[in-house]
Design a protein around this ligand. Structure first.
Ligand code: NI
Length: 133
């Protein structure tokens, strides 16, 4: 990807806000901060337009809960075309975390995440979407 330089005119307050944003997020320079803001905006619009996106669904649960693992597996098989991979982590004696990597239409990923998070026994779940292209 080629880099293009351009000049930006900003009100002093906006520039201060950009510098604060850059320092709070540990960006080393303004270019990096602006790049991040533009990418965030692109992802949000892809999400809103139901474009192809990639992401992850993180679930934290107690594996002893009856039927939970079966429901979790059944649902992932129902959504096979959008699931790239999943990984299971044993956090504590009974507490587990599963991270499912997904790629597909934003609405399908949201639907899958909502169904997974609604399974009885899931303590916490979160869908994160990023760009797929
Ligand atoms: Ni486990």
């Amino acid at each position: 990807m080629s880099i293009v330089r351009f000049g930006v005119s900003l009100e002093k307050e906006l520039l201060e806000a950009l510098d604060n944003y850059a320092s709070e997020n540990h960006f080393t320079n303004r270019s990096q901060a602006i790049r991040h803001l533009i990418n965030n905006n692109t992802v949000t619009s892809k999400w809103q337009n139901n474009d192809l996106v990639a992401g992850s669904i993180t679930l934290v649960f107690n594996h002893h809960r009856r039927d939970l693992i079966t429901n979790l597996t059944d649902l992932q098989h129902d959504y096979l075309p959008v699931i790239l991979s999943s990984q299971h982590f044993h956090l504590e004696k009974e507490l587990c975390m599963e991270i499912i990597a997904v790629k597909g239409k934003a609405s399908v990923l949201k639907e899958l995440a909502d169904k997974l998070i609604a399974i009885k026994g899931i303590h916490h779940g979160k869908l994160t979407m990023s760009r797929a292209s």
